[in-house]
Ligand binder design. Structure first.
Ligand code: CLR
Length: 381
């Protein structure tokens, strides 16, 4: 039944929300949604999903051959998808609408060293508000691993589902023990948000994403229940050496496990063990959070949403949005713009251009945000 999962009092507003999505394409973040679907977490926290199995990230540094390294990168990547795309369903009952980050919003965090895997640091900055673009860095310095990326979305509506095209990419840089480094381009899958009619949205992945570099290309193909009457959340990854033959194929479900089905054998990834959430770290002296740090900025909005006090959540949200609007007006009046704190925009990414051609990835170029290597001291002492 329509709106089955929606609290009775909010069914009307859910229906009108769906109607506004259907007649709209572009930036969903600006649409007003009924309270039951609101998440207390801002999109600036999402890059943490890239490292919730820090030991798998660290393991990339231990590989000693190109093949082993390519497999380690794929295994780390596959193991992030469950968190990226199903964790809100697990923790909140369905996919929710995240808080729309303010320009300049920040998030810092850390996964501490454990069993010799080294400390991994996270830094996130909202580098654009219109359209929303989030830039991030994840670095394990002791292992010589660094992931830099940015994330944006283009949404449309089709057949009762929201289709989300992910814009942006990430580059993983691996320092080699023998000197030098190798880089991998990581592109992102397409999302379909199903279950809207019932008011219990969930994500299915579709199309392809790629990992390219270090002598290999990897084409990951995603299929869901709707497609060819297959199982939910399935994938097939084909890892191909660039200069020789001999593919390795991995098949399975990204939210559960997979095995090598060609060019080897045995189980590949398995995400049944619990993941490890990032520990938020304030950037100011003593680990205090500044006003633009996400958990401080949204503190009372989040509290309202968590406690079901939607009146104060929405009042507080309006207050923040008005403050940001005023800031933009003041900047326009004085002919200034909000400066990025950790990144510099670059119109085309040379690493992307070099690697994308190897797997025929389109577009041929994408812009990027170059990290300025200015970690706050609280993460580096
Ligand atoms: C952001 C980048 C992360 C992976 C990821 C997971 C969930 C996505 C999110 C990204 C972008 C925003 C998103 C969200 C799911 C729902 C939400 C598409 C891609 C939209 C804006 C909200 C739609 C509202 C319905 C839930 C009603 O690495």
């Amino acid at each position: 039944q329509a709106g089955e999962a929606v609290p009775v009092a909010q069914r009307g507003s859910w229906t009108s929300f769906l109607k506004s999505i259907a007649s709209f394409s572009g930036d969903l973040s600006s649409l007003t949604a009924p309270p039951f679907i609101l998440s207390p977490v801002s999109l600036t926290e999402f890059p943490a999903y890239w490292c919730e199995r820090p030991e798998l990230f660290a393991a990339i540094a231990d590989a000693t051959t190109e093949e082993a390294r390519a497999l380690a990168v794929l295994k780390w990547f596959m193991s992030t998808l469950k968190g990226q795309y199903t964790s809100r369903n697990e923790s909140m009952g369905s996919e929710k609408k995240p808080l729309n980050p303010a320009l300049g919003e920040l998030f810092y965090g850390v996964w501490p060293d454990k069993n010799g895997r080294g400390q991994t640091d996270l830094l996130v900055e909202q580098v654009s508000h219109h359209p929303p673009i989030t830039a991030y860095v994840i670095e394990n310095r002791s292992k010589g691993l660094k992931l830099v990326g940015h994330s944006a979305q283009k949404t449309s509506f089709s057949g009762g589902s929201i289709i989300v095209k992910q814009i942006g990419h990430a580059v993983l840089t691996v320092k080699l023990p023998a000197g030098g480094e190798v880089q991998y381009l990581v592109t992102l899958p397409r999302l379909r948000i199903d279950g809207l009619w019932y008011g219990s949205p969930y994500i299915e992945l579709s199309d392809h994403s790629y990992i390219v570099g270090g002598g290999y290309t990897c084409n990951i193909e995603y299929k869901g229940k709707g497609y060819f009457s297959g199982k939910a959340h399935t994938f097939k990854a084909t890892l191909s050496p660039i200069h020789s033959s001999g593919d390795i194929v991995v098949e399975g479900t990204w939210h559960q496990n997979s095995k090598i089905t060609h060019g080897g054998s045995g189980s590949f990834h398995d995400v049944s063990a619990p993941k490890e959430e990032v520990t938020a770290v304030g950037a100011e002296a003593g680990g205090e959070m500044g006003g633009m740090e996400t958990r401080k900025l949204w503190q009372f909005v989040s509290k309202g949403i968590r406690e079901g006090d939607f009146d104060s959540a929405s009042k507080e949200k309006t207050r923040i949005e008005n403050e940001m609007r005023q800031r933009r007006k003041d900047e326009a009046a004085s002919g200034t713009t909000w400066p990025m704190k950790h990144f510099k925009p670059l119109g085309s990414d040379p690493v992307y251009e070099k690697l994308a051609v190897l797997a025929d990835i389109t577009p041929e170029t994408e812009d990027t945000y170059v990290f300025q290597d200015n970690w706050p001291a609280t993460l580096r002492s």
